[in-house]
Write a protein that binds this ligand. Structure first.
Ligand code: AHR
Length: 506
């Protein structure tokens, strides 16, 4: 057992939390839409064909804004294919994922589904195979109330009122050589700037996200952000970050340092954006939309990639269906802590993705839906992290990471609201439990009352590779953290190795 000492002082304010930090991402990919959220023949399906068991789980997850329709998919997508009578919609080849897109779900159906789950739409436009004009057509169709040919078409398709989409992504991962229409930073920056200017002429109230890097290890990382922002700084509000993590070569300890990589990623992008601001003598601050983040065993996907025959373009194949274990959920919880630690600049984030595809929710066609291990840290954090994010530096032991040197074994953040506070803490050590002591005196003084533990949630398994499956869907969950208590304004708790914990103080 090692010691971990901290103080929860509301004066260490990071920022008010933007609820968009708890966003999600739905892509037309694998069984995400078809046989995931939309399965007309399913016993739980409603009149529109949406699985109500999935709707209930998405609500419980607590996702706010949901990015749609991709991802790599959007870079070849024609949004017009997904509107109008469903039986007249074209089937198309989806080059990004080598599948057939039936277009039975498009903008209208997806908005209907969002209305059921209570989340907001964040739309991505195709800047891969398409240009400014098609983006403007979509924006006019979605957001305008003036009578035009586009808005008449929308009304005829069942929505007289605009969708009123606030956040728009200017393409997806345009830095990635795998992306349809991949281009240089200069080329993309010019196109994104032109498109953004046109979109703002049409609707000045929208918020725009320009593509940053697909990962911190991209060869163009840093230079890409600088060059793209040199073109678009005045036109956009956000720059995107995407990051996926996985355990490599059985090195769980190194995997548990993933939060450090995410921190460095965020800090580098902030520094780059602020450098461009300095060169432009501007006090504008570009925010980060971390609009793809998760654990993803991408190497498994690459190794198992199916060699399709020339005529083999399946509909809704099983793709990217990672099964998450307890260790993944602990790393995932640490990534959420890291996002909250940067709530001043990360004002929006999207867990990639939601259902079946690298997802917290799994389904079987005609069968049940269940929660993966990662569901728990997300739903608990989204519910408990209210009000303001507050820094909680922890004085703890370290472990040696091959990539990052000495890394703190314990990482934490808190949120403070009018009714109390929530503490989120991860023990990244694979070997040592930690005895946590948090001085709550400054918090008690600020709130003007003594505090007690009102709820606690521990995610830890003796077998870190335990997972939830179709046959055993509740194998891994959370349970109260035994022994967590406050005495004389000091919170004490023992944290098992490889564990994630949330404690509500009220
Ligand atoms: O989330 C899966 C894929 O990861 C997305 O389509 C793409 O944007 C990223 O590379």
């Amino acid at each position: 057992m090692t010691d971990a000492a901290a103080q929860l002082d509301p004066a260490r304010l990071i920022a008010d939390i933007d609820r968009r930090l708890f966003g999600g991402f739905v892509e037309h990919l694998g069984r995400h839409i078809y046989d995931g959220i939309f399965e007309p023949g399913h016993p739980s399906a409603d009149a529109e064909g949406f699985r109500t068991d999935v709707v209930d789980l998405v609500k419980e997850l607590g996702v706010t804004t949901i990015r749609y329709p991709g991802g790599n998919f959007v870079s070849g997508y024609r949004w017009e294919d997904g509107i109008g009578p469903a039986d007249r919609r074209p089937r198309r080849l989806d080059l990004a994922w080598h599948a057939t897109e039936t277009n039975q779900v498009g903008l209208h159906e997806f908005q209907d589904w969002l209305d059921k789950v209570g989340s907001d739409l964040m739309l991505a436009v195709n800047l891969g195979t398409r240009r400014t004009e098609e983006a403007l057509d979509l924006l006019e169709y979605a957001n305008t109330s003036v009578p035009t040919a586009r808005t008449a078409e929308r009304a005829a398709n069942g929505r007289p009122q605009p969708f009123g989409v606030k956040m728009w992504c200017l393409g997806n991962e345009m830095d990635g050589p795998w992306q349809l229409g991949h281009r240089s930073a200069d080329d993309y920056g010019r196109l994104a700037s032109r498109t953004a200017k046109g979109m703002r002429q049409l609707d000045p109230s929208i918020e725009l996200v320009v593509c940053g890097s697909s990962g911190r290890s991209m060869p163009t990382f840093g230079a890409w952000e600088r060059e793209v922002l040199e073109h678009t700084f005045d036109d956009v509000d956000f720059i995107s970050c995407h990051a996926y993590y996985q355990e490599r070569e059985g090195d769980a300890q190194e995997f548990l340092a993933s939060g450090v990589d995410m921190r460095l990623f965020i800090e580098s992008v902030v520094a780059t954006a602020d450098h461009v601001a300095a060169v432009k003598a501007s006090d504008k601050r570009i925010m980060i939309s971390f609009d793809e983040w998760n654990v993803w065993y991408m190497s498994r996907w690459e190794e198992q990639a199916v060699a399709y025959g020339p005529d083999d373009w399946p509909v809704a194949p099983r793709q990217l269906e990672d099964r998450y274990h307890a260790l993944d959920a602990v790393v995932f919880g640490d990534l959420l802590i890291t996002l909250l630690q940067h709530a001043d600049r990360v004002r929006s984030a999207s867990l990639a993705q939601l259902v079946n595809v690298i997802a917290p929710i799994m389904t079987e066609p005609g069968g049940p839906a269940w929660r993966q291990t990662t569901f728990h840290p997300f739903s608990i954090t989204s519910r408990l992290a209210q009000g303001r994010a507050v820094r909680v530096p922890v004085d703890a032991g370290t472990f040696e990471s091959t990539r990052f040197g000495a890394v703190s074994s314990v990482n934490a953040v808190a949120t403070v609201d009018d009714d109390g506070a929530s503490l989120f803490v991860v023990n990244r050590s694979t070997t040592d439990a930690a005895s946590l002591r948090v001085d709550l005196a400054p918090l008690a003084a600020t709130l003007g009352r003594d505090l007690a533990v009102v709820e606690s949630h521990l995610l830890h398994e003796d077998d870190p590779y335990a997972a939830n499956t179709l046959d055993d869907p509740e194998r891994v969950g959370v349970r109260p953290l035994e022994g967590a208590r406050v005495e004389a304004s000091v919170l004490t708790a023992d944290l098992a190795p490889v564990s994630w914990t949330a404690i509500r103080l009220g």
